[in-house]
Write a protein that binds this ligand. Structure first.
Ligand code: SAM
Length: 259
């Protein structure tokens, strides 16, 4: 991986990160993410926001499951790629503004933040939780996925990548990419800026304090099943009941707002 001199995580993702071992890795990753996210779209008329969506190569597939898919990524170069790829997709809109000024309050059915919150400091994460809650309809859902836990470390992530590479036919490229990753800005930034990990209880407490009901899911989005995944819901908690009854592998855990 090339060093791009990044000073923030958005800066890092705005550069040529080469975080994917090869094109096949990138494609399998985004294809799997789109497939997993599709299962969380509540209904075909849903308005969905994918925040920190990255290149979202298979967003058109996800968009087929909703009435409209809004994509936002903090990195301007990523948004440029999104515009080039999806500019003509009628159901996809690429947002330019992370404050979501163009999105009406109480309009979204689902907000997705997949593999994002490890890059957010505590105050930005809290601010975004409040912003997403304001934009969600009553009963709308926030899917927080691919969250590293305090037990996650670069070795677990490397092992998960190698298993994915083995299954996906890019094991050689995956092995080589680990060496690049070790020498990269990614490692430096993890030390300098932080790479935020959460225990399940800690994250549940945080979500409850920001006014969400929360349910931990037993299956994560994407290939790394060592990471956490939650569905949170603002206001009316009835959708969590229906999720638990759906038999879709949810480990249901509902808590009331505590403070
Ligand atoms: C690991 S990638 C995940 C991309 C995609 N969600 C996925 O699952 O493949 C993290 C993405 O979050 C974006 N990001 C990081 N910090 C952000 C922030 N503060 N606001 C918005 N996007 C951010 C980065 O630009 C990057 O594209």
């Amino acid at each position: 991986m090339r060093r791009n001199g990044a000073k923030s995580w958005v800066d890092f993702w705005n550069g040529d990160t080469a975080i994917y071992a090869c094109d096949r890795h990138r494609e399998l990753h985004y294809e799997g993410v789109a497939r997993d996210l599709s299962a969380h779209v509540p209904s075909p008329d849903s308005l969905v926001l994918d925040y920190g969506c990255g290149e979202a190569l298979f967003a058109a597939r996800l968009a087929r499951e909703c009435s409209r898919l809004l994509l936002y990524d903090g990195a301007p170069l990523v948004r440029e790629k999104l515009r080039a790829r999806f500019g003509n997709e009628p159901r996809i809109e690429i947002l330019e503004d992370g404050t979501l000024s163009g999105v009406a309050d109480a309009s979204l059915d689902l907000v997705v933040a997949n593999s994002l919150i490890q890059y957010l400091g505590p105050s930005e994460f809290s601010r975004l939780l409040d912003l997403w809650r304001a934009k969600l309809k009553t009963g709308g859902r926030l899917l927080l996925a691919d969250i590293p836990t305090p037990r996650s470390n670069p070795l677990n992530d490397a092992a998960a990548l190698l298993r994915f590479g083995w299954r996906g036919g890019f094991l050689g490229a995956a092995s080589a990419s680990l060496a690049r990753l070790y020498l990269s800005d990614y490692r430096r930034l993890r030390n300098e800026l932080g790479f935020f990990r959460y225990g399940a209880e800690e994250l549940e407490g945080l979500l409850l304090r920001r006014g969400y009901g929360v349910s931990r899911l037993s299956r994560n989005v994407g290939h790394n099943q060592g990471r956490l995944c939650f569905i949170a819901q603002a206001g009316d908690l009835s959708c969590l009941d229906s999720l638990s009854e759906g038999g879709a592998g949810f480990r249901f855990r509902r808590k009331l707002l505590v403070d």
